[in-house]
Design a protein around this ligand. Structure first.
Ligand SMILES: NC(=O)c1ccc[n+]([C@@H]2O[C@H](COP(=O)([O-])OP(=O)(O)OC[C@H]3O[C@@H](n4cnc5c(N)ncnc54)[C@H](OP(=O)(O)O)[C@@H]3O)[C@@H](O)[C@H]2O)c1
Length: 332
């Protein structure tokens, strides 16, 4: 599916409204939401009279069927358990509607997944990585700006806007000094969370932009030094010295940060993947080969290909570069 920039921008205010609606619902199921085009602009409504005129629905209720009206309708259906998504096209849509449908297909599962996690008292985790064809996310010296294209940068900002917190590893902060704010699209900034088990990100002379007003998650026994405006969250550490993603997520949930976007780098992404703590993984592949550098994922060695982690995959075209939406397949 092609993610058209204009269509994604047109759908974006409605997707943000959908996030507010779904997160506000305190029932056992998310509301069905309908995307309605009014005077050329897309807006979103939950269970209401505007349903009669909707062209596009998003629902996590398996039995949801749009009312039969004069207008053609499509439904993006999100399975409440697996998060798998399908699209029913009950009628012929215009080219603009099809483009908006693709954007809704990409982002609605994240909104529903987040709502589901909040209602059940759990966490929802999306991870995203921009990598070369040879699965590198940065050069050996840490340079990574930018591996992917502008469409992916906007996508990353959309992911920040849809979630409560953005998590990066300490080395990403030291190397890139990212702001971790939402600037390329509308939306609220997420809480900035820096994972730094030994708190090394706080011990140097340098202060980084993400620290001021951010949260540093470290081990209980870490020497923290100056906080540089950050809140320090200490988490009990296992004998390995590395924090488990579950303990990090639990600590964040206690701060009312239940939906989390893990933005990198490789060590941080790998920890979340290894511990089965990722609900949806977005892998953006740029048509370049670095030949050396920081790997996207480094996991414990396996002896045969059959032991590899498997994913259900959907593909999106972001301005000529490929985004893989991956959902972990649980081992039997
Ligand atoms: N292309 C992309 O999509 C993308 C995105 C983000 C970053 N990057 C690049 O990625 C590179 C950095 O990646 P990286 O793999 O070297 O490092 P990283 O994941 O950014 O940071 C590693 C640090 O995070 C902390 N950490 C990570 N997992 C931990 C765990 N389970 N428990 C406790 N602490 C943990 C540790 O801090 P302490 O040492 O303090 O314990 C560790 O040294 C940078 O060059 C950046 O530019 C690329």
């Amino acid at each position: 599916m092609r993610i058209d920039r204009d269509a994604a921008d047109a759908a974006w205010p409605a997707l943000l409204a959908m996030k507010r609606l779904v997160r506000a619902s305190d029932g056992s199921a998310a509301p069905n939401v309908a995307f309605v085009r009014e005077s050329g602009a897309w807006t979103v409504v939950a269970d209401g009279p505007a349903f009669d005129t909707a062209t596009l629905y998003a629902s996590e209720r398996p039995d949801f069927a749009p009312p039969s009206g004069e207008r053609a309708s499509s439904v993006v259906r999100v399975d409440p358990l697996s998060g798998a998504t399908s699209i029913d096209r009950s009628g012929v849509l215009g080219a603009d509607d099809e483009a908006v449908l693709a954007a809704v297909r990409l982002y609605a599962p994240l909104v529903f997944g987040s709502g589901r996690a909040v209602r059940s008292g759990g966490s929802f985790v999306i991870a995203h990585v921009a990598q070369s064809l040879d699965a590198r996310i940065a050069c050996v010296n840490g340079h990574s700006q930018w591996i992917s294209n502008d469409a992916n940068l906007r996508h990353a900002h959309r992911l920040r806007a849809l979630h409560d917190a953005v998590v990066v590893g300490g080395r990403t902060v030291e190397r890139d000094d990212p702001r971790l704010t939402v600037r390329l699209v509308d939306g609220d900034d997420p809480a900035r969370v820096i994972l730094s088990g030994s708190a090394s990100v706080l011990r140097g002379e340098a202060s980084y932009r993400a620290l001021d007003g951010g949260v540093v998650v470290c081990r209980e026994d870490a020497e923290t030094g100056a906080a540089h405006g950050a809140e320090v969250l200490s988490v009990p550490s296992p004998a390995t010295g590395l924090l488990t993603p579950r303990s990090v997520l639990d600590a964040l949930r206690r701060q009312r940060l239940a939906t989390v976007f893990v933005e990198g780098g490789g060590m941080t992404l790998s920890a979340f993947l290894e511990h089965g703590a990722i609900d949806v993984l977005h892998v953006h592949v740029a048509p370049i080969v670095l030949g050396s550098g920081v790997a996207s994922f480094t996991l414990p060695e396996i002896a045969c290909v059959q032991d590899a982690r498997r994913f259900d995959v959907a593909h999106f075209d972001l301005d000529g570069e490929m985004l893989f939406e991956c959902r972990p397949v649980c081992a039997e």
